[in-house]
Design a protein around this ligand. Structure first.
Ligand code: NAD
Length: 490
């Protein structure tokens, strides 16, 4: 995509603005290497201005009726649908994913606003009798106020929409900082939100890096935090947010367990899909594949075949099934993890290096590594690239032990012909979500989703109604009925 770079601004209090200090950053496309965005890059003052705007808008937003807010969500969904073609193209060129995956992500984003609209209309709370027979207790769900939202680059329209849809539906206002490498799709989503009639100040967009994120998290003017990103940054966010309510959706290193009785014709392509979709840059990716000895050879052979059928290329080409990685840090980590595994005795069965002949060095060969040892970084840490690392386990207990030895615990998958056995593995895996006979990266947007307690994959849950609960606080109102005008009614 040779041509003019697009200029992207911030959106504060209903207006597109430049950074207060006038700073502009260049962002290159991972596909072409050319600068395709000039982004107004904010600092702490820009974040503070956005927090102030969100604070001024919060009572107005909370005061709107539930059905009015639901209508706003539906209007955002319609606006995303109307712009879906250009949105998907921008997403592909900026993030690197194939157009078909970008189209699916845009459709998913629109659905999240529809889901939030439907769920808020159904949200109910309890009313019950107090211990004292003349008391009635009424419970309500109220917005937190200003929610700080900080998001990554791997699903740069889908993940922000998880928070923004729920925030609009529940009557919060938002200060949102997207990832520095995906500002264009963020601005395009913000445009849809503004065009849909969401009031000024209700959703504010500030571009920038760690400093802007830190201001949003730590400023007393934000009342809750929604953060999706790495475990390392998530832990800093938790410290800086203090006692604010927070939803932390952090990294994963998902185990996929393929038991000896699995239907391999289904398990292998499904597992490969969860390794190479979005070039493996999914928190739910199948990051390590634990196989029984009897199926080991067939699984490795099948994964190598699947890697061979991946078409690496320009994400807008119809034939492409995998695009480049989003940024250099991801490519470097792939190299480090593969080298570490090979040093410890593993074998690269397919790929294992950056691909030649592309405009950037971010195109990585789909990779299969066999004989990965439990002490390898591939097993212990999130790799976040197009890789299928295979570990052999002797039995179900060892599969669970190796899977749970990792500090992360987000999503996993189990393939088995015996549902009872699969269920028992699923129950023992220390993951927030486990899919049985479905690949690890499957998620419908409604199922509760998040990290397992005691691991480093985050705190709290999102997904459908769950996100609405997370973005609201419970208020109890106790009514004394025997007071003048009241009727004791026990
Ligand atoms: P990251 O942690 O580097 O950055 C995430 C966001 O935090 C970015 O917007 C970044 O600018 C911001 N940030 C950086 N330093 C900050 C600070 N000190 N204070 C506040 N904000 C700060 O993650 P990334 O590389 O953008 O994304 C990849 C990671 O996200 C992977 O680990 C992946 O597993 C995880 N992820 C998790 C989920 C989930 O739902 N659990 C979903 C997608 C991605």
């Amino acid at each position: 995509m040779a041509g003019e770079a697009t200029t992207v601004r911030m959106h504060v209090d209903g207006t597109w603005v430049d950074a207060l200090a006038g700073e502009i950053t260049e962002v290159a496309s991972p596909v072409t290497g050319e600068v395709h965005t000039l982004v107004a890059s904010g600092g702490r003052d820009d974040a503070r201005a956005a927090i102030e705007a969100a604070g001024a808008a919060r009572h107005g937003m909370a005061g709107r009726g539930v059905h009015e807010r639901a209508a706003l969500c539906n209007a955002v969904a319609s606006e995303i649908d109307r712009c879906r073609g250009p949105l998907a193209e921008t997403l592909s060129l900026e993030q690197g994913k194939p157009l078909a995956e970008a189209q699916a992500e845009v459709a998913f984003a629109a659905q999240l606003y529809r889901d939030a609209a439907a769920a808020i209309g159904q949200l109910s709370t309890e009313t019950f009798a107090g211990r004292d027979p003349s008391k009635r207790v009424l419970t309500l769900r109220q917005p937190h106020g200003v929610v700080g939202v900080i998001t990554p680059w791997n699903f740069p329209i889908g993940i922000p929409s998880e928070y923004l849809a729920a925030a609009i539906a529940t009557g919060n206002t938002v200060v949102w900082k997207p990832a520095p490498t995906t500002p264009q799709i963020a601005a395009a989503l913000m445009d849809c939100i503004a065009e849909a009639g969401v009031p000024p100040g209700a959703v504010n967009l500030v571009h920038g890096g760690a400093e802007v994120g830190d201001e949003i998290v730590s400023n007393r003017g934000t009342h809750a935090i929604g953060f999706t990103g790495s475990a390392q940054v998530g832990e800093i966010v938790a410290q800086r947010a203090g006692a604010k309510p927070q939803l932390l959706e952090l990294g994963g290193n998902g185990p996929t367990v393929i038991l000896d009785d699995a239907d391999l014709a289904h398990a292998i392509p499904a597992t490969a899909q969860a390794c190479y979709m979005n070039a493996g840059q999914i928190c739910q990716s199948s990051e390590r594949i634990l196989v029984g000895e009897r199926v080991h050879d067939a699984v490795v052979e099948g994964l190598a075949e699947a890697a061979g059928s991946v078409r690496l290329g320009h994400p807008l080409d119809d034939a492409t099934t995998m695009g480049p990685l989003n940024n250099e840090a991801v490519a470097t980590k792939m190299e480090e993890h593969i080298q570490d595994a090979l040093d410890k005795g593993a074998l690269a069965v397919a790929g294992g290096r950056r691909a030649d002949g592309f405009p950037t060095r971010l195109f990585y060969e789909p990779t299969v590594v066999d004989a990965v040892t439990p002490d390898a970084l591939l097993n212990l840490e999130e790799t976040f690239g197009p890789i299928a690392p295979v570990l052999t386990v002797t039995d179900l207990d060892e599969a669970v032990e190796v899977a749970n030895a990792c500090e992360l615990g987000l999503c996993g998958a189990v393939f088995s012909g015996d549902l009872g056995k699969a269920l028992s593995v699923a129950e023992r895996l220390e993951c927030g979500v486990v899919n049985i006979n479905e690949h690890a990266a499957y998620w419908d947007g409604l199922t509760p989703f998040g990290g397992y307690s005691g691991k480093r994959s985050g705190v709290g849950r999102l997904g459908g109604k769950t996100t609405l609960l997370t973005l609201t606080q419970l208020k109890s109102i106790v009514i004394e009925q025997s007071s003048p005008g009241g009727h004791p009614n026990s």
